[in-house]
Design a protein around this ligand. Structure first.
Ligand code: RB5
Length: 150
């Protein structure tokens, strides 16, 4: 399968469809290659049906980063975080985006299609794609996320 380093997967339900369409245009304009996992209209759908395939692909190392959204961003984030190697962060502003990269090494950003202004969302995506992980004291903390108490 191989890592598609320069391809960005993106997925949404109907609540995130308009934002997804906007972001895809912006990503194309910025010369990113995009894999659109749907949905493909504003018709009502179930967000897990579109988020699971993207999150599974990130979990399996097919992509380094992914972008997901639904109306609130919550259902999409909750679905993605079921996968062991996924760290999906829900963000409402650029400061939160910096922190999910620098502190949490998030590999998926979740956005609220019904609450975040589209231009702000584009700024957030660019910061998500260009901010490195700080490592250091955050490395062990990120590793501990997967260490469930039984
Ligand atoms: C759809 O109405 C809405 O529930 C969905 O987009 C999302 O907000 C779920 O978390």
């Amino acid at each position: 399968m191989g890592i598609k380093k320069n391809i960005l997967p993106i997925a949404s339900d109907h609540g995130g469809f308009l934002l997804k369409s906007y972001l895809i245009e912006k990503l194309y304009s910025a010369n990113y290659e995009v894999k659109d996992y749907g949905t493909f209209s504003e018709e009502s759908v179930d967000y897990p049906d579109f988020i699971h395939p993207l999150a599974k692909a990130v979990d399996e190392g097919e992509y380094q980063r992914g972008i997901i959204m639904c109306g609130s961003g919550n259902g999409a984030q909750m679905t993605a975080n079921k996968y062991f190697n996924v760290r999906a962060g829900l963000c409402c502003n650029v400061e939160q985006v910096k922190l999910i990269r620098m502190h949490n090494n998030a590999n998926i950003i979740s956005l609220a299609g019904r609450f975040v202004p589209f231009e702000e969302a584009w700024k957030m995506v660019q910061i998500f794609l260009n901010t490195p992980f700080d490592g250091g004291r955050h490395q062990l903390r990120v590793e501990k996320i997967s260490q469930l108490l039984r």
